[in-house]
Design a protein around this ligand. Structure first.
Ligand code: MF3
Ligand code: CO
Length: 241
């Protein structure tokens, strides 16, 4: 899983460089797919419940599961990329949000940064002795204290041989509930945050999830290994500039 995570994180970093004004989401997806394959790894999103691409690329008010296609990235777009990598039977799953070119407003920059920080708030509870909803509650409290809302209809999850395993890891809830965390568990903590309200709708393509109110959305995710001590992020993020 470490190797799967390394490749997934490198693919995410590559995507961050490819997300520039003028690029199509299809081009970005194909380059990321080629990178994953060059590492002798498998883009496991392809064919998952019929999904047609290696990555999900979701722009502005699209939260998750945007299907790469003809859409052209414009200056200031908020672009989310989410991808899964399989290596020797194990999965790494990560996502991040990037601004293409120059940010349109400080609020967009703040949305990105709060969403990433919300992951780290949740990570504080990714230890034996806590339960899944301690992570959930920490994410929700942090996001809401900063004036944004957490998506309810989609959640983080266990990960391992399969892309989605137990337990569900919601980004909302009261602390003290759900599975007890134990050394050796691997989970995806993935805050999905709307600048406005949390209700979403799924487009007619059956995949793309958008905010109902049209507000901007951000997503940030890493695969995390629970240990006896500090949690280990398996999809090690690039240092922030
Ligand atoms: N990491 C995403 C998820 O957990 C990727 C899904 S691949 C897709 O939802 F096929 F479902 F899009
Ligand atoms: Co995930």
């Amino acid at each position: 899983m470490r190797r799967a995570g390394q490749i997934a994180a490198a693919a995410r970093a590559l995507a961050g460089k490819l997300i520039v004004p003028g690029a199509t989401t299809h081009d970005i997806d194909k380059q990321v797919e080629a990178f994953i394959r060059s590492q002798h790894a498998i883009p496991t999103c392809i064919g998952y419940c019929g999904y047609p691409a290696a990555t999900c690329i979701s722009v502005n008010d699209e939260v998750i599961h945007g299907i790469p296609g003809k859409k052209v990235i414009r200056d200031g777009d908020l672009v989310k990329i989410d991808l899964d990598v399989g290596f020797e039977g194990y999965i790494g799953d990560c996502a991040a949000t990037f601004i293409a070119g120059k940010a349109r407003c400080d609020e967009d920059v703040r949305l990105l940064s709060i969403t990433r920080q919300a992951f780290y708030e949740g990570l504080k509870y990714a230890r034996p002795g806590y339960r899944v909803s301690d992570i959930s509650a920490a994410v929700q409290q942090f996001v809401e204290a900063n004036g944004f809302s957490v998506i309810r209809d989609y959640v983080g999850h266990g990960v391992g041989r399969e892309m989605h395993e137990e337990p569900e890891v919601p980004n909302f809830g009261k602390p003290g509930h759900g599975a007890r965390l134990l050394r050796g568990m691997t989970i995806c903590i993935e805050p999905m945050v709307a600048a406005g309200d949390w209700p979403i709708r799924v487009l007619k393509d059956g995949w793309t999830v958008k905010t109902q109110d049209g507000s901007q959305a951000a997503h940030y995710e890493n695969t995390v290994l629970i240990t006896d001590g500090d949690p280990e992020i398996l999809t090690v993020p690039e240092p922030e500039v």
